[in-house]
Design a protein around this ligand. Structure first.
Ligand code: HEM
Ligand code: SF4
Length: 566
């Protein structure tokens, strides 16, 4: 009899059914006592993730391994969950100290407002988790098939234009969903965003469920509530969230998000393939529609939501929160510093905590553009705060390239990466600053080291997706170009335009494209409009400097696999 091999999805499902890793902290403590070799594969590949812990690659991404994954090292990446990006200086200082002692002095701010550490050993894990816990931080559910960090506007409660402060809802949802055993075993990751801001800076369009504040008039009274979107996500098959015909009152918000999470949890059809397990695949592959989803949601929550109201969709959702800006509290400002590609040192974290203590009542925020914001700064102190941050290498007045560039983890630590991204991002930004010094258009330049799109290249003006190409018989890092991605009113997935070049040639290509934009644009035309007006062939020609045959996005010039398991 031939043995039927268990699929990856079946294996992961079996592991998850067998145990809820959140109940098993003692096992982690045991591994720490007995050393790395005592850790069983199911912990390395599955259970650790629920604790925000991933195995770390050896710096070669997939190229150094096999079967679509790079080699793991005996080090871990540890993701700290920062709900709504709200942090206090003692927490920031604790992260800095942990980074110094256990993570080689560096951390990354991520595109979901989290902070990620690397180089953590199994021996230090219990201490890292305990110390985070002692300052009210957790890694629970920062990775894995669970409700991930709940994002929101970092200026909630501070922004003069906001419709409402939605952060209490994001925090309540975090209390109810993160680490709650009822939701320990979802088919895959589940991303939630709640924002009360006008600009939708937390990118509702790419979340599994998102609430954005809106208003309605009832009997002459203005009421605040939320629009509801579901089933957004990027990854290899991007899908912008679908708006449901519902107006969610603030008191209904938690129940509604829980309801969506329950529908996801019980969608057995999603548990057959890891690559087709996100909520969006109910819509993409299983015939669900906005109406059928809403009907199911009504059934689940046991009451009917009011119909949707017209909403104001932000024109161009670009908001990096960098610079000095007034808050709604008279006399106060927030000061946002650009953290290029999110990479920050322990020293910089400590300086930021110090400055926050002196001038910001200890209040700090992380943003989804991988930046740090100090809030509640008295107007008269704002320049001093900016100077202090600048002196620490965290620029408040930064070029559009520094401000607009974000990068995923890349091959330095990620086993699925084809390219190194963080060093590349910095080098690219420096090159563009040198070559096009006066460029003044807001530009989202997003870099992902593989098609998984952790660097969100699908929603960038210029999105770079990591590849490998052969140059002089050697495989080297390369990037494939996607342009014209956007969120907000003109929301669109970036167009793959058939141009790919070696990483070292990327500055030349972007310089040619942006210089062409500068010289050929119509009066008042922005980058998005410029890209929309030009065909793929035209943009490819601008990037290449000459006519170039289109190349396939996923054709890899050599035997380099790219895994999509995670
Ligand atoms: C199948 C594998 C994976 C897929 C499909 C995937 C996909 C994604 C996507 C689409 C995002 C964008 C998040 C958003 O804005 O909503 C994201 C975030 C992120 N990914 Fe991945 N990812 C995978 C594996 C990994 C791995 C192995 C690493 C590195 C060890 C990684 C690191 C990150 C980081 C740092 C973020 C920022 C999000 C956060 O803080 O939660 N990803 N991922
Ligand atoms: S996009 Fe690819 S390379 Fe970058 S962190 Fe995600 S999985 Fe790793």
């Amino acid at each position: 009899m031939t043995e039927i091999k268990e699929t990856k999805a079946q294996r992961v499902e079996r592991f998850k059914r067998a145990k809820n890793a959140w109940d098993c902290i003692d096992e982690i403590r045991g591994f720490a006592r007995q050393g790395h070799n005592s850790i069983p594969p199911e912990w390395l590949g599955t259970y650790f993730r629920s604790w925000g812990i991933y195995t770390q690659g050896d710096g070669n991404g997939v190229t150094g391994g096999g079967g679509g994954e790079g080699k793991a090292t005996p080090y871990f990446m540890v993701r700290i969950r920062i709900p709504n990006g709200i942090l206090r200086s003692p927490q920031l200082r604790a992260v800095a100290n942990i980074a110094e002692q256990h993570a080689r002095g560096v951390a990354d701010i991520t595109v979901r407002q989290n902070i990620q550490l690397h180089w953590v050993t199994i021996e230090s894990l219990p201490e890292v988790l305990d110390r985070l816990h002692s300052v009210g931080l957790t890694t629970t559910g920062a990775c894995g098939d669970v409700v991930r960090n709940i994002t929101g506007c970092p200026l909630a409660g501070l922004d003069g234009d906001e419709i409402c402060d939605a952060s209490p809802i994001a925090l309540e949802l975090t209390r109810q969903l993160a680490g709650n055993s009822e939701f320990y075993n979802l088919p895959r990751k589940f991303k939630v965003s709640v924002t009360g801001c006008h600009l939708w800076c937390s990118y509702p369009e790419i979340n599994d469920v998102a609430l954005t504040a809106s208003t309605r008039r009832r009997k002459g009274v203005i009421e605040t509530g939320f629009s509801l979107r579901v089933a957004g996500g990027l990854s290899t098959e991007p899908h912008l969230a679908v708006r449901l015909n519902a107006f969610v009152a603030p008191h209904q918000a938690v129940q509604v998000v829980r309801g969506v999470a329950e529908i996801f949890r019980e969608s057995e059809v999603l548990r057959h393939s890891r690559e087709r397990a996100r909520l969006k695949f109910l819509f993409l592959n299983h015939g669900w529609t906005a109406d059928s989803f809403l009907a199911e949601l009504h059934q689940r929550i046991g009451f009917k939501l009011d119909p949707a109201e017209p909403e104001q969709i932000p024109e161009d959702a670009y908001r990096d929160h960098v610079g000095i800006h007034a808050q709604k509290q008279p006399g106060y400002s927030y000061v946002g510093a650009s953290v290029l590609r999110g990479r920050i040192t322990a020293e910089q974290l400590k300086s930021a905590a110090e400055i926050a203590d002196h001038f910001a009542g200890g209040e700090v925020r992380t943003t989804i553009m991988q930046n740090l914001v100090l809030v509640n700064v008295r107007n008269e102190d704002a320049a001093t705060v900016a100077k202090g941050l600048e002196a620490s290498g965290l620029p408040v007045a930064a070029s559009v390239f520094t401000r607009g560039t974000i990068a995923c983890t890349g091959s330095e630590f990620c086993k699925l990466a084809l390219t190194e991204t963080k060093g590349f991002a910095r080098w690219l930004v420096e090159a563009l600053e040198d070559r096009i010094p006066g460029f003044d258009q807001q530009l989202k330049l997003h870099i992902a080291g593989c098609p998984n799109s952790c660097g969100q290249h699908w929603i960038a003006d210029i999105g770079l997706e990591g590849k490998k190409v052969k140059v002089d018989g050697r495989m080297v890092d390369a990037y494939y170009f996607c342009v014209g991605g956007a969120v907000g009113k003109f929301a669109a997935i970036a167009r793959p335009i058939g141009y790919r070049c070696a990483a070292v040639e990327v500055p030349d290509a972007i310089e040619r494209l942006l210089k062409a934009f500068d010289s050929d644009r119509n009066p008042g035309e922005n980058l998005r409009q410029f890209f929309a007006r030009h065909s793929n062939d035209e943009i490819r020609t601008l990037l290449a400097g000459d006519w170039a045959e289109p190349v396939d996005r996923d054709a890899i010039a050599g035997p380099v696999p790219h895994g999509v398991e995670g």
